[in-house]
Design a protein around this ligand. Sequence first.
Ligand code: A3P
Length: 315
Amino acid sequence: MEAGHGHPSSVSEEEHDHPKNHGPIFTPFQGFWFLPQLVPNIISFQKHFQALDDDIIVASMAKAGTTWLKALVFAVVNRTRYTLLSESPLNTATPHQLVPYFEMTLFNEDHGIPDLATIPSPRLFSTHLPYSVLAQSIKQSNARIVYVTRNPLDVIVSFWHFLRSKPEHANWPFEECFESCCRGEEYCGPFWDHVLGYWKEGLEKPNKILFLRYEDMKRDPTLQIKRIAEFLGLPFSMEEERDGVIKEIARFCSFSNLKNLEVNKTGRLLPFTPDNKHLFRKGEVSDHVNYLTPSAIERYGKILEEKLSGSGLAF
Ligand code: A3P
């Protein structure tokens, strides 16, 4: 689907009377759906961001495991600087502060063009933007991208819960959220176009994009942490492996540990984002079975199968 051919959701009169009953309002931009207030930031990012060859970018659809992956990448990259994870900045700053979003935090219209040249290398950035929407310099440089995806039905359920934590979306019916996602009208969606952009580019350039799945990370975090380290050119030594460094990173970045850090229990990233504590809900695989009927699951499955057909990608 070309999202740009559709119409952005709009608030009906009835919804104005019941303002807590609506979802977020997206606007089409470059073939995908975004929050309107982020479009100027995206344009500024596309125009001004200069990638460096050793930049590392965490990319994802929102609710696919971004927070977890940011913590893992930060811990892997900085493991010789903070040999004790109890001394890591991850204890005092959120993963989103340590691995900031281009389109939300860095290229924020209110703050002008950021000076990113002073950030020590390797610079860690993140984005929910689709591959085609990224600044050209990322595509032309040797900057590396670590992408995480997840069963889209779990993404939908997670997104709905996350948004409902905000008063204006408190009574947003789940069915409306689901229907909108079936049409591809979701944050940085359609999901299928988002995932396909990174998938296809990763097939052509395996040294540029590492394609991870939330479910694999849950099943065997140690294996995925090793893949991340190798991809970033920072493989674990035999000694590190023997000393349990990988296992310690997995433990530190686990759902229960991150959720219970004081820094992740308080505050929020931006005025319009939900509180940080809502970034940690259940952290499980297949929670969607508790929200969707078998026929709804089948219906979405058919849409997805058609959209991904011929790509070699399946969920
Ligand atoms: P659920 O809502 O299904 O629990 P994102 O970081 O992209 O916003 O994704 C949020 C989802 O990842 C939420 O899923 C959240 O609970 C889960 N999550 C956050 N930290 C995690 C961790 N360390 N391990 C596993 N899942 C985590």
